[in-house]
Every structure is written in structure tokens, then in C-alpha cells.
Design a protein around this ligand. Sequence first.
Ligand code: COA
Ligand code: ZN
Length: 303
Amino acid sequence: MTDVYLQEVCPRDGLQIESVILPTDDKVRLIDSLSQTGFSRIEVSSFVSPKAVPALADAAEVFARITRVPSVTYVALVPNRKGAERAIEAEADELNMVASVSRTHNLANMRMTTEESFLGFSQIARLTLDAKRLLNGTIATAFGCPFEGAQSEVEVLELVGRYRELGCTGITLADTTGMANPRQVTRLVGAALSLVGPEALTLHFHNTRGLGLANVVAAFQAGARRFDAALGGLGGCPFAPGASGNIATEDTAAMFEEMGVPTGLDLRTLLSLSHGLPTLVGHDVPGQVVKAGLVGDLHPAPI
Ligand code: COA
Ligand code: ZN
């Protein structure tokens, strides 16, 4: 039994900000390994402008080459109609539309206003639902914006409502640059859960200020059950100053398992995949359990 769902975003959020572009072969191998560890949802790539995010320019090829496990939903991030057409063509199971509550961040990230993003989303929703794919709506900077600071919770909740009206089966509240704190999370998650059920709500936290797992616990206690996380704690938005990694999947899974909350994930396999990440990306990664070991990994007594 799984009480909490961790959704792997390393192949998309994790790799989009890396300066070294991973060869397609390595991405396919990584996603195929992740498919074997018990995830219900893996975000594979983005169908965005290759000029904006060169690291994910091979999205179609990655989708074509991965070995799909039937129990896994393979997700593609899309910013506009062109991205949606490409994602449907690539047979993504779910399209994830992203807009920021902060107008300034949306302009930096998508080169259009939040309103303009939503105009395009009506077309994307029609295409996606006609193609019988799942549709998720992400609200970026939901807990604060690196340009504008605090964001209106009323506006965040309005966007939740707009996504629902478009037919989104899932809604994600994203803390793009790790500005959330646990009390704020308790409040906003509580309010969001009065609009959508826990099966439809995902929290997407970044550990930029070290509060990632504190925010996960606050959201969990407020009733949230779905969390995005990236293997090794890689990740970040290339268009948000100071962005850094997502919460690390293996650290989050280890925490929940220690708390007695089953994740359905094969923790040892995740740790071994995380162990291989520095070789893939060419630098150390933030995940901590892979360095410290699991709580149960005891050391011989020093005699
Ligand atoms: N996929 C591939 N190419 C795309 C595209 C898509 N989804 N959308 C636009 N393009 C191409 C256009 O065809 C055009 O190509 P050309 O120069 O060869 O003619 C070029 O990109 C510019 O198109 P335009 O519609 O003017 O886009 P833009 O320059 O205003 O950029 C976005 C808008 C949304 C496409 C771009 O800002 C983007 O991809 N942002 C994503 C950022 C991101 O992934 N952030 C992190 C995740 S939240
Ligand atoms: Zn992110």
C-alpha cells in the first residue's frame, strides 16, 4: 500500500538547468531505470523552445526510445500550442501546462503574460482532451517570486479554479525558488484542498533555502499526498535567478519510510541511481541520504 506518491521530475526539472547536455542515450537509460523503481508518474521532458532550454531539445527522441511500464504515467511539460502538438505526437500520457502566478516570472520564463499563457491553455486543453490524454496545470511561483516577492494566495486559488475549468485532472503548486515556509504551506495547501481532492493536488518544492522537507511534512499534515521530487536533488528553473534543486527523491522517500508512511518506491535502487548521478552530470549532487546512508545502515563499533 502506498500512502504517499512521489513523482519523479529529474529527467525534466533536474536536467533542464544542467550546463552539460546529457546524451539522449543516458537520459533514456536513466528514465528506464526510474521506471523500475515504483513511480506512478515520471516527468520525462519538456516540449519547449530548444533555444530556451537546449538541454531538453531531444524530448521527442527520448519519448520515442524509453521503454514504457504500463503503471507509469509519462508526463511532458508544455508551454504553448506548439509544445502540446509535439507532446501528443510523441504520445505523452499527460501534458503539464505551466504558468506563473507572478506576471514578471511568466514574462521571464515564457515570454508572455500569465493571461496570454492561459489563452493558449484553452487550445491545449481542447487538443489534449480530444487526444484522450491527461492534463495537469502547474502554478509556478505559487509560494513567492524571486522578482516580485510574496504572491496573492487569492490569485493562486483563482488559477486553481481556472485550471479546473479547463478540464485539468491534476493541479501542481510549485515553489519555484524555494521561498515557501511550513506555516504558509499549511495555509495554502488547506485552501487548495477545499477546491481539489488530495488525489488531484501535487506539491512541487525546491530546497533552495533548506526548507524542502519541512514544507513536505507541513503539506502532508495538511492532507497533501502527491509530491514532485528529483533524484539527487537536481533541478531548477533556468529563468529564475538563484534557482536550485528540487527536494531529493531518495531523501524524501527515506523520510516517509522512516515515518512509517509507505511510498511504494524501491529505496535501495533509488540510492544506487543517485550514486551514479555525479558521473552523469559531472558534479556533486545535493541529495544527503546517498552520502550518509539510511538510518538503518549501522557502522561497526570502534573497538
Ligand atoms: N517547441 C519547439 N519550438 C518552439 C515551441 C515549442 N513548444 N514554441 C515556440 N517554438 C519556436 C518557434 O517555432 C520559433 O522558432 P523559429 O525561431 O525557428 O521560427 C521560436 O521558438 C520562437 O517562437 P515564439 O512563439 O516567438 O516563442 P518565444 O521566443 O516568444 O518563446 C516560449 C516562448 C514559451 C516558446 C519559450 O519562452 C519557452 O520555450 N519557454 C519555456 C521555458 C521553460 O521551459 N522553463 C522551465 C520550465 S517551467
Ligand atoms: Zn521546479
